[in-house]
Design a binder for this molecule. Structure first.
Ligand SMILES: NC(=O)c1ccc[n+]([C@@H]2O[C@H](COP(=O)([O-])OP(=O)(O)OC[C@H]3O[C@@H](n4cnc5c(N)ncnc54)[C@H](O)[C@@H]3O)[C@@H](O)[C@H]2O)c1
Ligand SMILES: [Zn+2]
Length: 444
């Protein structure tokens, strides 16, 4: 279990300048004057009040800093490379991410590749897609200030990018990528449009539920020959469980309130922020599984489709085709949990009880073999409260796309290895199981 440093509270963002000053004062005297902070954000967040607070705080401390405000929403290999080139040529010694998962992940990549100036993009991307080289060097300090609730990227050692030429997203996962500190400030999500808050909240929901149901840590194989090769995602375990289950309960309680009043309901916003970081600690150690594995081709293939078939989500930039990450994850989730229920009936029963709330008593009459169907229905009911697309057909997928989605999912070993029940050693059977899940996710 790798711990994450978090600071939580309204106005905590103001302290970031002092945090960097404190770090810099510990450097050898000769290095202090060379300290330079690279601030990574996206063009939209760059104009929000959060960036004013950040800039004021850096100015107050008399720090030397530069801004990269071109992080792409749901970054690609190209947008990462641009951020990396900027970081490598700017002598950045300290990194600051301000934004959603897109900006935080871009800052992690910029930090990694600045500390490995000779490495190319595929060096650390998980195998078999990239070369999966372990990160052995200590990276530069990185502070992450999330503005969505959210990816939990402020706590995780994960960074995700889209590779349009391969039609899927993938990533780099290593404890070395974990931010030095996450500053989680309630004020920073006050500007989130409803659709962004819901999509981000769905990500929290499924980080929690997938990590809660992931293969148990003592059954995950193979055991690495050297601990440096032990993956960040270890399987469900008693410590992650505490974080994942609390985040699940909190999200189910508060996300529907966000959908009614995304900006004004400050209690719901605060609880969702806490849930996002908490789920991040849970899944950042336990891992996620099939809904995330499918979300990668679901998000990426949309961008490569003919213009008239591309899906655009309300409140996101109208000129960029996008199935937001949390929405992409939600599309296969009902069918996935129907499929995984037999792996651990008790865990799936507890999850169903959380969704059912006052109606949980009805579960006493449900046999183990019917739990998957019940949980599937409960997840769909919850998604309907939020008003998100009811299946893959509503974001433009047709039956003829099923095989392509499955082929885009199968190389996602980093997460599929944590999936219970899946026939990982028999490709034909695994393909059949995944195909069945997509078929059951077209509409409901
Ligand atoms: N590293 C991880 O552990 C991890 C986990 C899950 C997802 N991800 C990745 O994170 C990305 C998604 O991140 P996200 O959901 O946080 O959203 P995001 O960073 O993609 O931002 C979504 C949109 O919301 C806007 N926005 C962000 N904060 C705002 C605010 N406070 N007010 C108004 N608008 C705001 C952004 O400008 C953008 O248009 C995906 O690429 C996903 O794959 C990473
Ligand atoms: Zn996610």
């Amino acid at each position: 279990m790798a711990a994450s440093n978090l600071r939580f509270g309204a106005h905590a963002t103001r302290e970031v300048g002092q945090d960097f000053s404190n770090m810099i004062s510990q450097l050898p005297a000769a290095e202090r004057s060379g300290a330079k902070i690279g601030v990574f954000t996206d063009p939209n967040v760059a104009k929000l009040p959060v960036m004013e607070v950040v800039e004021e705080s850096l100015v107050r401390e008399g720090l030397n800093w530069v801004v990269w405000d071109k992080c792409a929403v749901e970054p690609t290999d190209k947008s990462w490379q641009a951020a990396i080139d900027f970081a490598r040529s700017s002598n950045i010694t300290h990194f600051l991410a301000v934004g959603g998962g897109s900006s935080m992940d871009t800052a992690k990549a910029a930090n990694l590749f600045t500390n490995y100036p000779e490495a190319d993009l595929y060096e650390f991307i998980n195998a078999p897609i990239g070369r999966g080289r372990p990160i052995e060097r200590k990276l530069s300090p990185l502070i992450a200030i999330p503005t969505t609730a959210g990816t939990g990227s402020e706590t995780t050692g994960t960074a995700i990018l889209d590779i349009p030429s391969k039609s899927f997203k993938t990533g780099i996962a290593s404890r070395a990528l974990k931010p030095t500190l996450g500053i989680v400030d309630l004020n920073n999500t006050a500007t989130c449009p409803r659709e962004v808050a819901i999509a981000a909240g769905l990500d929290v929901l499924f980080h929690s539920l997938e990590s809660w149901t992931a293969v148990p840590f003592n059954e995950r194989t193979p055991r690495p020959a050297n601990p440096i090769n032990r993956p960040a995602y270890q399987g469900s375990n008693p410590i992650s469980d505490i974080f994942s289950k609390w985040a699940l309960e909190t999200t189910i309680k508060y996300l529907p309130r966000i959908s009614k009043d995304a900006q004004g309901d400050t209690e719901a916003r605060a609880q969702m922020l806490l849930a996002a970081s908490t789920a991040g600690i849970g899944f950042g150690n336990a891992g996620v599984h099939i809904p995330h594995a499918f979300s990668y081709p679901i998000s990426s293939l949309n961008k490569g489709r003919p213009k008239e078939r591309q899906y655009h989500h309300p409140s996101y930039a109208p000129d960029v085709p996008l199935i937001p990450h949390g929405v992409a994850v939600s599309l296969t989730a009902p069918a996935v949990f129907n499929f995984t229920a037999p792996s651990s009936p008790q865990r799936h029963r507890e999850a169903a009880a959380i969704f059912m709330g006052d109606r949980a008593g009805e579960l006493a009459r449900v046999r183990d073999e019917d739990l998957g169907r019940v949980l599937q229905e409960e997840i769909r009911r919850f998604l309907d409260i939020l008003g998100v697309p009811r299946g893959l057909s509503e974001v433009g997928y047709k039956n003829e796309d099923i095989a392509t989605l499955v082929e885009g999912c199968m190389p996602q070993r980093r997460v599929l290895d944590l999936a219970p029940i899946l026939a990982k050693d028999d490709k034909a059977q695994e393909r059949e199981q995944l195909t069945h899940i997509v078929e059951g996710s077209m509409s409901w």
